[in-house]
Design a binder for this molecule. Structure first.
Ligand code: MF3
Ligand code: CO
Length: 260
């Protein structure tokens, strides 16, 4: 793997990212409350598109192209249901009672990106689904607690993994969080697993998207969907995903994608 430079952000740049994160968090409230049985992913996409226009921001995902030759990402939200881990499309997908709906959404505002994700249960959901959503969200906060100057990336990954596995779930290995700033994906990688005391030291000015993807069954992924994007669990069991953009500052860790 090539080593890439880490773009440290100034206080002023972190302030802009906080503005971006705040707009994103407000839009997420609208997306979350729309999730219900009978609603189509298209309707949630529509709300996101409308809010992007209203706030004068840009979608980070739409038309995103990987290094592969292939389909540019078609929507502004990723909409992934049940065994779909990430990168699902919202189109023509009706939400059913009991579904876990994962929405991943990011925007660019004044040149800087903010990236976040939530999983929401639709109507009455199974106990397992309920627990998976709760544990995945809490694992993110366990990781965020370790984001402190002087700690290492492995401390963050360990905290997430330890919490998820203690609760009987598994951590996806092949997809990781990332630095975020003027680009949606920057160095460094932020794995959701690791060993205490290992990996890069965290330093002031880093801005990171931490995004645990936690599976009910094993951690293997299936990338063979013909849409070239949707990533599923290999065993067909459930998955959940939560993400926040955070900044490492001398005051500790600041969550940028929560409503202030
Ligand atoms: N949460 C994923 C990420 O932050 C979503 C990427 S969707 C894509 O990497 F379209 F940008 F690929
Ligand atoms: Co991300």
């Amino acid at each position: 793997m090539t080593r890439q430079k880490i773009n440290l952000k100034s206080k002023a740049e972190i302030e802009i990212m906080k503005e971006a994160g705040n707009i994103l968090a407000h839009i997420f409230q609208l997306l979350e409350e729309k999730v219900a049985p009978g609603v189509f992913g298209d309707e949630i996409e529509e709300i996101a598109v409308r809010e992007i226009k209203k706030h004068g921001v840009i979608s980070s995902f739409q038309n995103y192209q990987t290094y592969r030759e292939g389909v540019p990402f078609p929507s502004v939200i990723c909409f992934s249901v049940n065994d779909e881990i990430v990168h699902g499309f919202p189109f023509r997908k009706e939400i059913r009672e009991g579904d876990i709906v994962s929405i991943d959404f990011a925007i660019k505002h004044k040149g800087f990106h903010a990236d976040s994700a939530i999983s929401v249960g639709a109507g009455k959901i199974s106990e397992t689904a309920e627990k998976l959503i709760k544990v995945t969200k809490e694992s993110l906060y366990q990781g965020i607690k370790e984001v402190q100057i002087g700690n290492r990336m492995g401390d963050v990954g360990f905290a997430i993994q330890n919490y998820a596995e203690k609760n009987g779930f598994s951590v996806v290995r092949d997809l990781v969080g990332h630095g975020v700033g003027r680009s949606i994906h920057e160095a460094p990688e932020v794995p959701n697993f690791g060993k205490k005391g290992e990996g890069m030291k965290l330093i002031a000015g880093m801005t990171l998207a931490i995004e645990p993807m936690i599976n009910e069954g094993n951690y293997y992924i299936n990338c063979e969907d013909e849409d070239q994007w949707t990533i599923r669990t290999e065993d067909g069991k459930l998955s959940a995903h939560f993400e926040h953009t955070v900044a490492v500052t001398t005051a500790g860790c600041e969550i940028l994608t929560e409503i202030k």
